[in-house]
Design a binder for this molecule. Structure first.
Ligand code: 8YV
Length: 313
């Protein structure tokens, strides 16, 4: 059996996975409010974290023996990958296993927003249906245009679903992808102008901060719907709120926010938004698979085998 590792637990996995880790390795609790105790800091060779807390250059600097950052989640915008590389630390994430659930969530938010699911639900519950008759007419997906910002693994899975619903699919990104049959629109404002629904499926981080800006949301327009399953940071949130409030942007379906888990309270007063608490990957099946992939990466590291899903190196 491989030597036990010293794992600093910044973020916990599901209980079964923590039990499994604890059977082989030494687990050390992490207190974000205090420096890591010196004996622990000297020993730690693995940090277990997730998309949320990530791993800062500051914490890396406290851990001289650190070699692996095993993160739960596909997005690693909160992991300082450059600092990892400089310190000889390899980071891993959990791609692929969550793609389908996240893509399903994008479609769910799109349909809920377009079809007025929340208003319809309230219409039944309140008795307004019997009192006042049918709810207002809405718009369907078939024949509308979906614009994807960031046609990576998740963006493409969303596009395939939209295609099955007989939507037209367009995309933008840094470059055209020759293996995609969908029309590439280099300019995001132009993409938004041509789209009924615009979905953000890019990575987070500094490179995409406020990528979806006011002109793009204005081009999407009063009948348009913006869906975000990426990161709150990729959209200019104050501009989006402003445009949703004034009706210059029609609808939004949002799984992610700038200030999680306490998003701007202004969202709660809007009837043209559908909100989800960053839970696109939150099915039991997918969270089990994500935890297993974290364990597999740690086991590969412990055995000196190639990592399953490395980010750097
Ligand atoms: C997770 C996510 O909820 O994978 C991601 O990037 O945002 C979500 O699947 C998050 O990483 C916390 O584990």
């Amino acid at each position: 059996a491989p030597d036990p590792l010293d794992i600093l637990v910044v973020s916990r996995l599901l209980p079964w996975a923590m039990d499994e880790l604890g059977q082989t390795h030494r687990l050390h609790d992490y207190d974000p409010a205090a420096p890591v105790p010196e004996d622990v800091a000297r020993a730690v060779n693995v940090v277990l974290t997730s998309g949320g807390p990530g791993l800062s250059a500051d914490l890396i600097a406290q851990l001289p023996a650190l070699k692996l950052c095993a993160s739960h989640g596909v997005g690693y915008d909160q992991i300082d990958v450059d600092a990892c590389t400089r310190a000889g630390v390899v980071a891993t994430n959990t791609p692929d296993v969550l793609t389908d659930d996240v893509a399903d969530t994008a479609i769910m938010l799109m349909l809920a927003a377009l079809r007025g699911l929340l208003a319809g639900d309230a219409h039944v519950r309140s008795g307004a249906w019997g009192r006042d008759g049918a709810m207002p007419l809405t718009r369907g997906a078939k024949g509308s245009v979906l614009g994807i910002v960031g046609a990576g693994r998740i963006g493409q899975a969303i596009g395939r679903r939209a295609e099955a619903m007989e939507m037209e699919v367009l995309y933008t990104g840094r470059s055209e992808k020759p293996d995609l049959n969908w029309r590439y629109v280099p300019d995001a404002v132009e993409l938004a102008r041509q789209s009924d629904v615009l979905v953000a499926a890019t990575a987070g981080g500094e490179g995409t901060r406020n990528l979806i800006d006011r002109p793009i949301l204005e081009a999407l327009g009063p009948a348009g719907c913006f869906v975000n399953i990426a990161r709150g940071s990729v959209v200019d949130e104050p501009a989006m709120l402003d445009l949703l409030r004034s009706g210059h942007l029609g609808f939004a379906g949002l799984d992610v926010f700038e200030n999680e888990p306490n998003p701007d309270p202004a969202f709660a007063s809007l009837s043209n938004v559908v909100l989800f608490p960053h839970h696109a990957s939150g099915t039991l099946h997918t969270r089990n698979a994500m935890a297993q992939l974290v364990l597999d990466n740690i086991a590969a590291f412990a055995a000196g085998r190639p990592l399953v899903t490395p980010i750097n190196g």
